[in-house]
Design a protein around this ligand. Structure first.
Ligand code: IFM
Length: 466
């Protein structure tokens, strides 16, 4: 008898996702240089509880254990990032072989277990030495990034096929350079749009390096933080216009130029009104940015409800609180799986022919180990089930989704919030570093192994008892 459920195609990538600074620790070993996050964590009050990534969840030392853990989870894909300051401690010039060796072994360990690596080149840990030269506000950093990318393509390109160049350019601009909540802690509106431009330029320059390797099957894309938009009052033309405008700020500002359409005119006008001429955009930049994108990485967590009330900052829109009747994660983010479906379908419609990967999706649930040492996180199972079903529906509507990478493999360092938010399929004890696979991890393992999402299972046991 066939198992009732939603069948995913053979070869679908069932993955997990992490990033270097959030899991590695070991910040001062094997010649690693300082990153902007090492520096930012030292700013009093910057991180909840005064936490740092110095030790984090110690994956640098526990890489073999964590690879074995992934094998236990039955996943066939893993997204992680390379720490630029481990490979080029000063940001450029000198290559640190011990940094390359670490990732060599990590990649080999994954491949030995049948786990396909998806490697992110930049997940926010810029070498501090480059920050001293202006960081991402300095156009030259884009070229330094391309040089670093070339080192990585050379070192790992024989085994790594898929590369994420940049993780979440909007969040880097917004939190790191506009609101000062992330490293390097800048608060400069014009600086933030300049940074985002240089990040896109860095993507284009890196793709040129990838093409120059001559590896025909190598692919690169950006992992965008994409937020579907809902007008606060869908019947109000003003709210609909505000919602569309905010979509330009968050989503289209990045997707359109990378896919050859240039910066969207509506948002460009908003930016110019807010900060003046975008004089850092030079002739030829848009061609560089549009060099290529072989897939779209979708980081999806929640939606934005937008109205035309008095604006957020200089913008003619306002992000509203969300609906009281919608379930939320422990951080208060609305859980809206249907919007993942419509987002994937929209990307397929607006950027036809481009493969899609859900490069991040997950939720903060603060479930700990019970007296028996088990983590019964049934809400994460329900979250996963609903979002995977949404992915399946989008695929049914034609969206070419190749894989799903759950954020995150392990509870880890959640940037300015430190360690209290727990996103993992695997619980990590902060004192002992002991790993415990949560109920959600066991459930995901079943789905990943079978390629079938069960639909007729009672949620009462969290689905793990099927
Ligand atoms: O932890 C982050 C990740 O680094 C980038 N995307 C969002 C995640 C959850 O906030």
């Amino acid at each position: 008898m066939t198992t009732p459920g939603l069948y995913f195609p053979k070869g679908f990538r069932w993955g997990t996702s992490t990033s270097s600074y959030q899991v590695e620790g070991a910040v001062d070993v094997d010649g690693r240089g300082e990153s902007i996050w090492d520096r930012f964590c030292r700013v009093p009050g910057a991180i909840d509880g005064g936490d740092t990534g110095d030790v984090s969840v110690d994956q640098y030392r526990r890489r073999a254990d964590d690879t074995a853990l992934m094998a236990e989870l039955g996943t066939n894909a893993h997204r992680f990032s390379l720490a630029w300051p481990r490979i080029l401690p000063d940001g450029d010039r000198r290559v640190e072989k011990r940094g390359l060796d670490h990732y060599d072994r990590f990649i080999d360990g994954l491949l030995e277990r049948g786990i396909e690596p998806l490697v992110t080149l930049y997940h926010w840990d810029l070498p501090q030495a480059l920050q001293e030269r202006g960081g991402w506000r300095n156009r030259d950093t884009a070229q330094r990034f391309a040089d670093y990318a070339a080192v990585c393509f050379d070192a790992f390109g024989d085994r790594v096929r898929d590369w994420v160049t940049i993780n979440e350019p909007w969040i880097v601009g917004l939190l790191g350079h506009q609101l000062g909540l992330h490293a390097p802690g800048e608060k400069d509106l014009k600086g933030s749009v300049e940074v985002m431009h240089h990040l896109l330029l860095a993507h284009g320059l890196a793709v040129r390096e990838l093409r120059a390797t001559g590896r025909d099957d190598a692919r690169a894309g950006i992992a965008y933080s994409l937020f579907p938009h809902t007008p606060d009052d869908p019947a109000s033309p003003a709210d609909r216009a505000a919602s569309e405008a905010s979509d330009g700020y968050v989503n289209r500002w990045f997707l359109d130029p990378v896919h050859g359409r240039g910066y969207p005119a509506d948002m460009r006008a908003h930016w110019e009104q807010a900060v003046g001429e975008l004089d850092f955009i030079r002739a030829g930049d848009l061609d560089t940015i549009a060099t290529g994108s072989d897939f779209i990485g979708v980081n999806y967590y929640t939606r934005r409800i937008v109205s035309a009330r008095a604006g957020d900052g200089p913008w003619p829109w306002k992000v509203e609180e969300g609906r009281p009747d919608v379930e939320r994660t422990d951080l208060g983010w609305e859980i809206v799986p249907d919007d993942l479906e419509s987002l994937l379908v929209r990307l397929h419609r607006d950027y036809p022919g481009v493969p899609l990967m859900v490069t991040e999706n997950g939720a903060i649930y603060d479930d700990g180990r019970d007296a028996e040492g088990r983590v019964r996180d049934s809400r994460r199972i329900a979250f996963l089930r609903a979002h995977l079903a949404a992915v399946h529906r989008a695929m049914g509507a034609g969206a070419p989704v190749e894989g799903y990478y759950h954020w995150s493999l392990l509870d880890n360092f959640e940037w300015a919030m430190g360690y209290w938010p727990r996103f993992g399929l695997v619980h990590v004890d902060r004192e002992t570093q002991r790993r415990t696979v949560k109920d959600s991890g066991r459930w995901y393992a079943d789905v990943a192994r079978s390629g079938v999402l069960p639909v007729s299972v009672s949620e009462s046991d969290g689905g793990v008892g099927r």
